[in-house]
Ligand binder design. Sequence first.
Ligand code: F6R
Length: 360
Amino acid sequence: EKSGYKHFMIKEIYEEPEAIESALVGRVTLDGPVLHELKEFDLENVEKIKLVACGTSYHAALVFKYFVEKYANIDIEVDVASEFRYRNIYVDDKTLVVAISQSGETADTLESVRIVKKKGAKVVAISNVVGSTITRESDVTVYMNAGPEIGVAATKTYVNQLVVLYLLGMEILKKKGIWNEDLENDFEFLKRSPNLFRKLLEDFKIDELASYYKNYNHFMYIGRGINHPTALEGALKLKEISYINATAYPAGELKHGPIALLDPKFPVFAIAPQGYLYEKIKSNIEESKARKARIIAITNEGNEDLLKIVDDIIYVPKAPDDMYPLIMSPVIQMFAYLIADMRGYDPDKPRNLAKSVTVE
Ligand code: F6R
C-alpha cells in the first residue's frame, strides 16, 4: 500500500528514518556497537576482506572499503559478482568474504558465495529478506531490517546496507582492538541519524532544482574517497529511473579523459562535503567550471565557500567524514525520483529491470 504517496519509491525514501532505527535495534549498547550474530565469529584474525555484490549493493560495499581500511591494515577488495565469480579468488584462513544482497536471490552473488565456500572461506551475508537463499548458504547473516522494499530502485535498503556495513566495520575494528575518537564520533552519528534523516526529509525541497535539471540529457557525477561511491550511486539512480545518461567518476580521473565531455549541456553533480579531500574536489569543480559546465554540488551546512563557484547547492547536516555517504543518500535518491516523475516515467517500474535478478 502506498499510503497516500504517489509511488513506492518516495514512500520508501520517507521510511528511511524508521528503517535505520530497525537496523540499529539491539545493536547499539552502552559498550558501543554490537552485532550479536557475529559474537562467536572469528574476526580478530581477519587480514583480508573480499566483498561481493551487484549494483547498489556494490556501491555500499565500496563505502565499507574506504571506511575500514582507513583504520586498520586490512586488505580489502570489492568486486561486482558477475566478475568475481569468473575470477580465480584466493582465500585463506585469514580471509573473510562479505556478500551483500538485499533480495538474497541475485544469481551472480549467490554463485560467488558457493564458489568461495567451496574454497573454505567464511562468508557473512548481508540481506534484507529473511530466509532468502543467500542467508541459507552463508555462514552467518546480518539482516538489514529495512522492511519490504517494493520500488525496483533500492532506496531505504541502500541506507540500511550502509548502516549495517558501518556496524560490521566497527565490530571488526573493535575485535582487533582498534577504537578511537573518530570511530566514537561515527557511532554517535549513527545513533542520531534517524532524527537527522527525519529533519532532512522534512526540510529539504529540491523540486525546483529537479524541474530545472530534468531537461538535460547527460550528467557527470564526481566524488573522491569515501564520497566516490555516492557519485556512482547517484548516477545509477538517475539513469535507471529517468533514463538520463549519467556517468560517475572519481573526480581525479576527470582530466584523464572524461572532462572532454563537459560543456554547458553536460552538468556536473559534485559530491563535495568539507571532509579530508575537500580541496581536491573543489579544484575538480573549478576545472569543470572552466569548461562552462553547470555545477550542482552537495555539501555540508555552513559551507559558503562553494557558493561562488557552483550554480546550485544542496546542503546536508555536517557529519563526520566517514558518514557523508549515509546522510547524502536520501538527497541523490530524491533528485533521481523527482526527475523521473517529472519526465513522466514511473520510478517504481523502470523499463527492462526486475527487483530480483535471479538469472545470470
Ligand atoms: C538499483 C538496484 C540494483 C540492485 C542489484 C542487486 O537501484 O536496486 O542495482 O542493487 O540488482 O540486488 P540485490 O542487492 O538484491 O542483490
